[in-house]
Ligand binder design. Structure first.
Ligand code: G3H
Ligand code: 13P
Ligand code: ZN
Length: 331
């Protein structure tokens, strides 16, 4: 059993409390490799933001859970070396079983998500409570989910979405004891969040997605005032990256995300954790594709992963400063 406290990591409790009081959201960025980790930490150190490093089960399969945990431990030292001891959470994203959550808790994760959102309500309650009962013995915080997001990624997929039902949240939170609740109000996973027929088109022919359901968020906040709320599927799919990708041999059709102004508005409410993965993928892919096309003789991975990492850092700083409002919140 390894305690995250010995690794210099923190759980989400204190950071969520501050974020709700301060009207901002903590960035939850997914990572699978060293360059992503370096970009996340250097961006958050430079703009003085707390951060949640997220590991999906796809990331575990890709990079190995032990290595990712050592990288998070390294991230704490890396941040200190850069002169800022920012709070860093190591979080399991979309845990799908008690066993997976337990394994992460036992090896040093400070926070886990148990995603029972696809299960019948009572089964979601029972599974989430089981994880909470285990996690809380070690002061590990737990995120649960009510409502289903649409969208497809590696191991997180759903054809149909349904919004969170505000009338269920008090019961769910009190029966399970979760520390935060992910909700579904119209965000969606991946780079193609909406079908073109769900959107309108602006003057440049760019798809404009349907607005988030702030009415449902307000109703949820009324039911559980001040309780930490999480938004998944919150990439904005910057069209400049889509353009670079598509003009350098890529084929991303009708990629559309959540407008940043909507996320800024959500971050001012009890939404205190915002999950962003796809935008980072787009930034890296755009840079790598561009370098491959512009410099076809290049074969040193540092020459394309380095600029990709720089672009990623820029993107993450922009998120913290202009979207989530978390920049400048660490002394
Ligand atoms: O919500 C899912 C995350 O973006 C992780 O995606 O399962 O492809 O690693 P992944
Ligand atoms: P995006 O696909 O919108 O980046 O969402 C990521 C996410 O929700 C990770 O859990
Ligand atoms: Zn998610």
């Amino acid at each position: 059993m390894i305690s995250y406290k010995d690794l210099g990591l923190v759980n989400t409790r204190e950071m969520f409390k501050k974020a709700i009081e301060g009207g901002y959201a903590i960035p939850a960025f997914n990572f699978n490799n060293m360059e992503q980790m370096q970009a996340i930490i250097s961006a958050c150190v430079e703009c003085s933001s707390p951060v949640i490093l997220q590991v999906s089960s796809g990331a575990r399969n890709y990079a190995n859970q032990t290595l990712l945990r050592y990288m998070a431990q390294g991230a704490v030292e890396f941040a200190k070396e850069m002169g800022k001891n920012i709070p860093i959470v190591l979080h399991l994203d979309h845990g799908n079983s008690f066993e997976l959550c337990k394994s992460c808790i036992d090896m040093g994760f400070s926070s886990v998500m148990i995603d029972g959102s696809h299960l019948p309500y009572d089964e979601n309650v029972a599974l989430t409570k089981k994880v909470v009962d285990y996690a809380h013995q070690f002061d590990v915080t737990v995120e649960g989910e009510l409502g289903v997001l649409a969208g497809v990624e590696d191991e997180v997929s759903s054809e149909v979405a349904h919004y969170t039902r505000p009338e269920e949240v008090i019961d769910f939170v009190s029966k399970t004891g979760v520390d935060s609740l992910a909700i579904s109000i119209g965000t969606s996973h991946g780079a193609n969040k909406f079908k073109p027929e769900q959107c309108t088109r602006n003057a440049d022919g760019i798809l404009v997605p349907p607005p988030l359901r702030f009415d449902i968020l307000a109703e949820i906040e009324k039911q559980i005032p001040g309780f930490p709320i999480v938004l998944h599927g919150s990439s904005s799919v910057p069209q400049e990256y889509v353009k670079i990708i598509n003009t350098h041999g890529g084929a991303l059709k009708d990629a559309v995300g959540i407008p940043e102004e909507e996320l800024r508005k959500a971050a001012k409410s009890a939404v205190c954790k915002i999950n962003i993965d796809s935008d980072g993928r787009l930034a890296m892919t755009a840079m790598v594709r561009k370098i491959f096309v512009d410099n076809p003789a290049e074969f040193d991975p540092r020459k394309y992963l380095g600029p990709a990492r720089e672009e990623l850092k820029k993107l993450y700083m922009h998120k913290c400063v202009n979207v989530l409002g978390s920049a400048g919140t660490v002394e």
